[in-house]
Design a protein. Structure first.
Length: 242
């Protein structure tokens, strides 16, 4: 219950960003940015369920484009909830991924994917900011040695020691789907990263500072530099092994 209570408190802290305020005397919510939102909220929820595409993100953002027949996403949708520094980081990684020949998959305002040669290679989420560089070599199934192939590319880099150090701390590890299980009962796979053993996640085969699901992870200039290098390795991994 503590986990859910903490999540609820975080949502309460963020509500003012979207124009909401609460009048304790009247026991009523209002929204300065979207004055009609509270009146239309019931219809909003119905539309979010009726639409074929998952529109939960639009509901979260008080985005009245949900009433439109067609919604075309842009990069602004991804960056809107982010802080100024996070937007700068997001834009830098976006431009870098595109410069490497990646195409953008924009189906959800909370979650953009970048595809290289038909393989998901980078994921950026915005609630909170979460960047993942994927090492999976098949979108539909796991290749047994896909991570080892990623490391094989790292081993040929001039800055391999720095890359290995970042991967040791950044590989997504299995957390038993937020449950409580011993390591031998989890679905993760043990891997060796230059002497460091990690129970790599099978659900999220990626390198990410958000690796353990911790909240409010602050990205730094160094993270962006290293994530760009992870993207370099990802591109070379696909070029070499696919």
């Amino acid at each position: 219950m503590k986990k859910h209570n903490d999540a609820f408190l975080r949502y309460l802290e963020r509500i003012p960003r979207f124009g909401f305020s609460y009048d304790a005397y009247l026991d009523r919510w209002s929204n300065d940015r979207y004055p009609l939102f509270c009146d239309y909220f019931t219809r909003f929820v119905v539309l979010a369920k009726e639409r074929k595409q998952n529109m939960g993100g639009y509901l979260d953002r008080c985005d009245f484009r949900l009433f439109s027949k067609r919604i075309i996403l842009t990069l602004d949708d991804l960056m809107r909830p982010l802080s100024d520094i996070e937007r700068a980081y997001c834009l830098e990684l976006h431009k870098y991924a595109v410069s490497k020949g990646m195409k953008i998959d924009m189906k959800d305002p909370c979650f953009f994917r970048y595809i290289y040669k038909k393989l998901y290679s980078v994921e950026i989420q915005n609630n909170p900011l979460n960047v993942r560089v994927i090492y999976r070599l098949n979108n539909g199934k796991h290749i047994p040695d896909q991570f080892e192939r990623y490391l094989a590319v790292v081993d040929n880099q001039t800055d391999k020691n720095e890359l290995y150090n970042y991967i040791q701390g950044g590989i997504c590890v299995c957390n038993a789907c937020n449950g409580i299980k011993k390591a031998n009962a989890r679905c993760g796979r043990w891997v060796d990263i230059k002497g460091a053993r990690r129970l790599s996640s099978m659900c999220h085969p990626a390198i990410s500072k958000y690796r353990r699901g911790t909240n409010n992870t602050a990205y730094t200039d160094k993270d962006i530099k290293m994530l760009k290098r992870m993207i370099d390795v990802r591109v070379e991994q696909i070029d070499q092994f696919i």
